[in-house]
Design a protein around this ligand. Structure first.
Ligand SMILES: *Cc1c(COP(=O)(O)O)cnc(C)c1O
Length: 474
């Protein structure tokens, strides 16, 4: 075995990382090679003999480069994606070097302690019930799984059924009520937990994708069957937030007449409005929910991957997730949280360090400012695009999302034209935006979620989109 020369290999990694960061302002934002091209360059049989670690790194960086997307840069506006705050990226490097297995408080005390405090800070910033339990997972997808598993445990136990012991076969029915524009990860989480699509009731939404409270009330009906209501803080297209207070009141009313009900919030990015000074009111009412799924790798700008699951029912959460392995030491300090009591995984990356670092770097005012700044830049983006002939902004830009439709200058097919503009913009390289299907047609979708995006980035990107749109005129 070749012994690793730490200094040599880590110095090389640092230099490669710095040259990546240095390339971000001007490299094409989209990838220059497809996965097929990258595959063709690397797909060979397993190496027969060892290689020098520095050579391995050089080879990796050289072959990966063409297929890398400038996600941490200021002009990646696709999906909803943050960059990585410097302290958070560096803490993530240390996390790798420290190599802690974050499952146990006794075995890896610092991983457990930093995670516990970082979770409490998130709860404070989002102004959620201070007794909430939490888990750090890969993303909102798994946060849904954790939250909805706790919901399943609680609702079935109030119907007299022990799902941990008896499983789901023969269990009382629970319905899941979801909005017509929920994120698909909600369906997948429910599916993993044994709720087929037949157990879902899809509730009508308004023109910007918000669940209609009266429709929810109708759909809930008057049965005593347990119900999980999944609402959304931040529509993945236009950013709209459901009428959380009104919906919370409906759920509380159901509960008051004896029906087991659980309110879950998909707040992957939109929940962070609560951490901002001027937009917190948009997500008022979320504090009345039973669980919340959100991401740190989106709006908080930690590196991937970092999702957060929070529930107002620590006992149900623990019951759904805890594990008892005789060989693992158990802490006896009641003030110390045992991480593996709350996550699906046992062995796990110590994500708490990167989360703690991001929150420490920004502080309360910095998080607020980050959220406000992205919203302001999104509004600027919308104003710029609205001035482009043939462009129509489809959403009210209250958060960090903008959706525009672009009229085909040749008058043939607006949908096809809009999708082509998205592709042309990526090809030209100034920025990346995404194509979506929303409000009855294709849309060009912009998400401003990166801490490093500037006004100039927005202006350059608006100009690039305008050029791609008007090219046929030239
Ligand atoms: C991004 C997103 C998700 C999925 O989050 P992951 O971190 O990719 O698992 C779920 N819901 C909404 C509203 C999102 O924006």
């Amino acid at each position: 075995m070749i012994s690793a020369d730490w200094k040599r290999v880590l110095a090389r990694a640092e230099a490669l990382a710095l040259s990546w960061y240095a390339s971000l302002p001007e490299r094409p934002v989209g990838p220059r090679a497809t996965a097929r091209v990258v595959l063709d360059a690397i797909d060979r049989p397993v190496p027969e003999v060892p290689s020098d670690p520095v050579d391995v790194l050089e080879d990796l960086a050289r072959k990966a480069d063409p297929g890398l997307t400038a996600i941490p840069g200021g002009r990646f506006f696709g999906w909803v994606i943050g960059g990585g705050l410097p302290s958070s990226v560096a803490a993530d490097w240390l996390t790798t070097a420290w190599d802690q297995n974050a499952g146990s408080a006794e075995g890896t005390p610092s991983a457990a302690a930093f995670e516990q405090v970082a979770l409490r800070w998130v709860i404070e910033l989002l102004d959620l019930p201070r007794h909430a339990s939490g888990a750090l997972v890969t993303g909102t997808q798994m946060a849904h799984v954790v939250c909805l598993a706790a919901a399943r445990t609680r609702l079935l136990s109030s119907a007299g059924w022990d799902v941990e012991r008896d499983g789901l076969f023969g269990a009382p029915r629970i319905r899941a009520l979801v909005g017509g524009e929920r994120h698909d990860t909600v369906d997948k989480a429910l599916r993993l937990l044994g709720f087929g699509s037949a157990a879902l009731s899809v509730v009508d939404v308004d023109s910007v994708g918000r669940m209609v409270p009266a429709a929810l009330e109708r759909s809930l009906g008057t049965t005593s069957e347990g119900a999980i209501v999944c609402v959304q803080a931040g529509n993945v297209n236009g950013g709209a937030i459901d009428a959380l207070s009104e919906i919370a009141a409906i759920v509380e009313g159901q509960r008051a007449r004896g029906r087991p009900c659980w309110l879950h919030v998909d707040g992957a990015f939109g929940l962070w409005a609560r951490a901002s000074r001027n937009r917190a009111a948009l997500a008022r009412g979320a504090e009345r929910a039973d669980s919340w799924a959100t991401d740190a790798h989106k709006w908080l700008n930690t590196p991937y991957d970092l999702g957060v699951a929070l529930t107002a029912h620590p006992d149900d959460h623990r019951r759904a997730m805890s594990i008892h392995a005789g060989y693992l030491p158990q802490t006896r300090d009641p003030g110390v949280r045992v991480p593996s009591d709350f996550t699906p995984e046992l062995s796990r990356r110590a994500r708490g360090f990167a989360l703690y670092a991001a929150l420490h770097e920004l502080g309360r005012s910095g998080v607020s400012e980050l959220v406000e700044r992205c919203c302001t830049l999104a509004a600027r983006f919308a104003e710029g695009l609205a001035r482009v002939p043939g462009a129509e902004v489809l959403n009210e830009v209250t958060l960090n999302q903008v959706v525009v439709r672009l009229r085909d200058p040749s008058g043939v097919d607006d949908d096809e034209h809009t999708r082509q503009v998205v592709a042309r913009v990526a090809e030209e390289g100034t920025c990346v935006v995404s194509a979506t299907s929303w409000r009855g047609g294709a849309g060009l979708r912009v998400s401003v979620s990166n801490w490093s995006t500037t006004e100039e980035d927005v202006q350059r990107s608006v100009d690039a989109i305008a050029r791609a749109h008007l090219r046929e005129h030239d």
